[in-house]
Each structure stands twice: as C-alpha cells, then as structure tokens.
Design a protein. Structure first.
Length: 124
C-alpha cells in the first residue's frame, strides 16, 4: 500500500519553517536544553529531537507525532486510546514507540518530556 500524499489540511498545519504547529510547541519546550538537538533530513528520524544522539520525539513524513517510551508505558497509552504502536512499515512494529493521535496533541509536550527523560536515562 502506498503512502498517501499529505492532505491540504495537513499541509496547512505546517509552520513557516516546515514544522507542524503542534511539533513546534514541542521543539520550543526544549529550546533551552543544550543536550537536545534537532535533526532535519529525509527518512527515519527526519524532524527528530535527540538527546545524546538518540531520538526521543519526531514527526514522521506522514505528519505523525511519535515518542519513545518504555514498552509498558506505550501499552498503557494504547489501551487508553491516546495513540497506537508505531510501525514504520507494515510488519515492523516498534514496541517502545508510540504514535500519539492528533486528537491528543495537547499531550505532545508532556509526552515529549517523558520520552526525553526516558531516553536520557537509557543512554547513561
């Protein structure tokens, strides 16, 4: 199955610098943290926030917000219907990655902070 092109509505949610409006608030939440870097490129991890070189939050090319959390936390959020497991391609489920549903974009910064803390602890 081919990926769909972004809808007109999805394109309209992009800010001037190509950052989705909701993701811009996530980026801004980490602007003062010198350990956090932002990548812009193509492929997996493009438009990603990293701590110590490891991705903790990103926007996919399909304009989905994804965070890295412990598997148990991802399972909990999926059960609460706040998101779904991330599968970068069919059959490739990533158990520590959550796609946060767009209807829950009010949780993006909070979940990104949680992901940042988790990845920072794992990297140590």
């Amino acid at each position: 199955m081919k990926s769909k092109k972004p809808s007109k509505q999805a394109k309209q949610t992009l800010c001037n610098h190509g950052i989705a409006a909701g993701f811009a608030s996530v980026v801004n939440a980490f602007v003062e943290d010198k350990q956090v870097t932002r990548d812009e490129g193509k492929g997996f991890g493009s438009s990603a926030l990293k701590v110590s070189g490891k991705i903790f939050a990103m926007m996919t090319s399909q304009h989905k917000f994804v965070v890295k959390l412990p598997k148990e936390r991802v399972d909990e959020l999926v059960r609460a219907n706040l998101g779904e497991n991330f599968a970068p391609r069919p059959g490739r489920l990533m158990k520590e990655w959550l796609v946060v549903f767009p209807t829950n974009n009010h949780l993006w910064v909070e979940l990104a902070r949680e992901a940042h803390h988790y990845v920072r602890q794992v990297v140590r």
